[in-house]
Design a protein around this ligand. Structure first.
Ligand SMILES: NC(=O)C1=CN([C@@H]2O[C@H](COP(=O)(O)OP(=O)(O)OC[C@H]3O[C@@H](n4cnc5c(N)ncnc54)[C@H](O)[C@@H]3O)[C@@H](O)[C@H]2O)C=CC1
Ligand SMILES: O=C(O)C(=O)Cc1ccc(O)cc1
Length: 293
């Protein structure tokens, strides 16, 4: 399908922004990619790997773009939206990849009030515990979901353009409200990351932690993989989605308290029932997840 030449500016050329740039170019929907970042070493690596065609430390470079993807930690977005506002051409599509959506929606409203018809809050549900441009790969979004949470002001053709870009990257696009998004992701993504960080922190705080780590095996590895994720990114997510996350932390604490009581009372039957129900739910989820990839 032919399309007018288009320039993509990626603000924050890491795993997520870099992978989008590679995939959109491979799909032929983007001709030129400008990387805008704060780390020279990372931008140099992105240039060398062919993830971007040009780099800049100056947000004014968005003036040359038809599409801007903001893929920094969500805590950076307020100042970035604010700083890019004077340079955005009317019609330039602005979208993001942040893991939280109510806060980003509010930031679009607060900092780009004159540009809302061209803004599309978004969240690709793909990634890993890796970060930086060197981790970027074109196939990251293949058969993965992307959630779009359009604003009431977003023009239909702008939504369609962002939808088409993500589909061209191989993703399956779903639309939901920012509120529903944040409640769901607090439970299935943000909470488990916090649990992994807290658990590793607990073990490493033991008096003879190394002795414990020496014997940790695959169960420990699988449960804690995401504790290797980017600390700044997860700090920002925890702050941005505090309310929903506090609800999930409370539910989990209640669940742990119930399990603690079963362990205390040595209630073998109830414990086995709980484990059976959890295992069944996990097996079902895993079958559906693998079938959808
Ligand atoms: N890592 C993951 O699995 C996923 C992450 N996300 C979201 O995508 C966003 C990016 O995450 P990653 O690509 O994993 O992180 P990353 O650390 O790989 O990349 C972020 C990049 O943004 C740059 N950056 C930070 N502050 C900046 C600023 N003020 N101006 C310009 N550049 C700046 C950093 O130097 C870095 O290169 C985050 O909002 C995260 O919540 C969304 C889905 C999955
Ligand atoms: O590392 C993993 O398995 C993840 O869960 C990746 C991930 C991290 C953050 C997101 O907002 C979406 C996906």
């Amino acid at each position: 399908m032919s399309h007018p030449p288009s320039t993509l500016a990626v603000v924050g050329v890491g795993l997520i922004g870099g992978s989008f740039a590679l995939a959109a170019r491979e799909a032929g929907l983007v001709d030129r990619v400008i990387g805008i970042g704060r780390s020279k070493a990372n931008l140099d690596a992105a240039l060398e790997l062919g993830v971007i065609d040009a780099s800049s430390h100056d947000i004014a470079a968005v003036a040359d773009a038809d599409i801007v993807l903001v893929a920094t930690p969500v805590g950076q977005m307020a100042r970035l939206f604010d700083a890019m506002a004077p340079y955005l051409k009317p019609g330039t599509v602005v979208t993001d990849a942040g893991s939280t959506k109510s806060d980003v929606t509010a930031l679009f409203r607060a900092h780009l009030p004159g540009h809302l018809e061209w803004c599309v809050p978004a969240h690709p549900i793909a990634g890993s515990d890796q970060s930086g441009a060197t981790a970027a790969r074109a196939g990251l979004y293949r058969n993965r979901k992307v959630v779009l949470a359009p604003l009431p002001e977003t023009r239909p053709e702008v939504l369609e353009r962002v939808d088409a870009l993500w589909r061209a990257c191989g993703a399956r696009v779903e639309t939901m409200s920012a509120e529903e998004h944040d409640a769901v992701f607090a439970a299935v993504s943000h909470l488990p990351h916090l649990l992994a960080f807290a658990y590793v922190d607990m073990v490493s705080g033991k008096a003879h932690a190394q002795r414990y780590f020496d014997f940790a095996a695959t169960g420990f590895r699988d449960f804690t993989r995401i504790a290797g994720s980017h600390p700044e990114m997860w700090r920002d997510i925890a702050l941005a989605n505090r309310a929903a996350l506090l609800d999930e932390l409370a539910s989990y604490q209640a669940s742990l308290a119930r399990l603690t009581a079963l362990v205390e009372s040595a209630d073998a039957a109830a414990m086995e029932r709980l484990f059976e129900e959890a295992r069944e739910a996990r097996v079902k989820w895993h079958e559906r997840f693998e079938a959808s990839r």
